[in-house]
Ligand binder design. Structure first.
Ligand code: NAP
Length: 471
């Protein structure tokens, strides 16, 4: 008699689509499960794993990137396989995954950016910050982007951590950049950039900024950039004061306000650049003759909306600011995948605790979501650990209640490999990735850099094949 699914004779087979933090934490929770025996295959569209830890975290934050060691331990567990350079939706469909696995966990994040919806947003020189981030992090899809950093003033829209990353990267000097794994193609343009002022605009006030404390504090500790905050700009309005004094204000917000106040008293040290933070300003139009030359901003005041949230409201007052480049750091956005339910408005896969639900609210058997595509683009890397735990707990509960489908192809672990050999013959295993990893580090050694990243998929595949041959 065949043992029941989920026991060591017939493990439950799970596909995880996306190899960023959420995908890796989901894999880890499954492979550590004491209730069931799982085998996990993690897919990624790129030959390289780790999602935004590789292509999003700023290069001057190596400590944050060291979380990769945790993921490497997951990858070393029995029952784990990685299939890189496989795009779900192109090389294999969601339906085919459902045929080959008892469960599929979607963990593909929020790959695009939110828009401002203002005139001039698409002028040359107006960029999604997410694309700039991907470019300086050597994401292959963005390697050929060009950013003209010759102007004197750059404007960064948004008060989240991506805005701080962009502001910092524009303010690092050559020596600082060369100590990082910044894409080779980005080092000269960043190090030689002509920008004297990096102006960061928040549409609400200091007490509503989305920065986390260490990221904000760093802006005041740049070697080659002064921080510049007008004391009048950090004076809180009555609503913000009331909020800050209430139990609703968290410690991060209170601390942020303290840091802004400290910035406002910080004297300029005459450094080559300055990072200026201004609040209650919303972009209303980006203008210029064929490229960005200026931005028109509205002056806002704060009010409480019907739900009680503190929102910005246009006062009607306008200001025009000369600038040569604009980075829109107003958030990432999820996109849909054929064959998987999607909530266009929220940019997430509709789900209840990670269980994917269809339009009628019914659970789609065997389909789950984790990370940004589950909850939206919020939180730090560690947030995904708990998030993935919730989904995996629900998956385990479903398995125990016999609610996980008996997929026809799940019994044969090699069936998916056969399919991939046909559809995506250049797929990369975790061993292949390790070959890429070693090769990148070797390239960095003569330059005293942690690694020099490959930016072309072909180069990555060559390095992966080298590992397969020598391994
Ligand atoms: P975010 O934290 O959501 O910040 C987005 C910012 O854009 C907010 O200040 C928001 O203002 C503003 N915004 C939205 N729509 C706007 C509009 N139409 N006009 C003007 N401003 C607008 O997003 P993020 O910076 O992209 O970061 C995404 C997530 O990754 C966050 O959870 C972040 O903490 C995380 N992250 C962490 C690190 C790190 O830990 N070092 C680094 C990078 C990113 P409102 O608040 O008024 O909506």
């Amino acid at each position: 008699m065949t043992p029941p699914p989920g026991t060591s004779g017939t493990p439950l087979r799970v596909a995880v689509v996306g190899s960023g933090p959420a995908g890796f934490y989901a894999a880890e929770h499954l492979l550590r499960s004491e209730e069931h025996d799982f085998e996990v295959d993690v897919f990624d569209r790129l030959p390289t794993p780790f999602g935004l830890v590789r292509a999003g975290v700023a290069p001057d934050h190596p400590k944050i990137k060291s979380v990769i060691r945790v993921y490497e331990k997951t990858a070393a567990r029995e029952g784990f396989r990685f299939f890189g350079n496989v795009e779900v939706g192109r090389d294999v469909s969601a339906g085919e995954l459902a045929d080959h696995y008892n469960a599929v966990i979607y963990a593909y994040g929020a790959p695009t950016d939110r828009h401002l919806g203002i005139p001039g947003e698409d002028l040359p020189g107006s960029h999604a910050a997410t694309e700039f981030v991907a470019w300086y992090n050597a994401h292959p899809d963005f390697a050929d982007r060009e950013f003209d950093l010759s102007c004197e003033r750059a404007v960064v829209i948004g008060n989240g951590n991506v805005a701080t990353d962009v502001a910092r990267m524009l303010g690092l000097n050559r020596e600082e950049l060369e100590a990082t794994d910044t894409a080779e193609h980005a080092i000269d343009p960043l190090a030689d950039n002509g920008i004297k002022e990096i102006l960061v605009l928040g549409r609400r006030g200091p007490a509503q900024a989305a920065f986390t404390n260490p990221e904000l504090r760093e802006l005041g500790e740049m070697i080659d950039a002064d921080i510049d905050v007008d004391p009048a700009d950090v004076e809180l309005d009555a609503l913000s004061r009331e909020f800050l004094e209430s139990d609703d204000a968290d410690i991060t917000t209170r601390k942020n306000v303290e840091i802004f106040n400290a910035f406002a008293t910080q004297q300029s040290e005459g450094k080559p650049r300055r990072i200026v933070l201004r609040f209650l300003r919303s972009p209303v139009e980006i203008q210029g003759d064929g490229k960005v030359e200026r931005i028109v901003v509205a002056r806002n005041e704060l009010h409480r909306d019907e739900s009680g949230a503190i929102r910005p409201r246009d006062t009607g007052e306008r200001e025009t600011i000369e600038c040569g480049i604009v980075f829109r750091a107003v958030g990432y956005k999820g996109i849909g995948l054929d064959g998987v339910p999607f909530d266009e408005r929220r940019g997430v896969i509709p789900n209840e605790g990670g269980r994917i639900v269809d339009e009628s609210g019914a659970q789609v058997p065997g389909q789950y979501a984790v990370g940004w595509i589950k909850r939206g683009p919020s939180g730090v890397i560690g947030t995904n650990k708990k998030d993935a735990q919730e989904t995996v707990d629900n998956l385990v509960e479903d398995a125990a209640a016999d609610r996980v489908p008996e997929a026809a192809g799940a019994a044969d672990r090699m069936a998916i490999v056969e399919l991939l050999t046909e559809r995506a013959p250049d797929h990369v295993t975790f061993e292949g990735w390790q070959g890429i990893d070693v090769a990148e580090q070797e390239r960095g050694k003569p330059l005293g850099r942690p690694r020099v990243k490959f930016v072309r998929v072909d180069e990555m595949l060559d390095a992966a094949r080298g590992a397969a041959v020598s391994g």
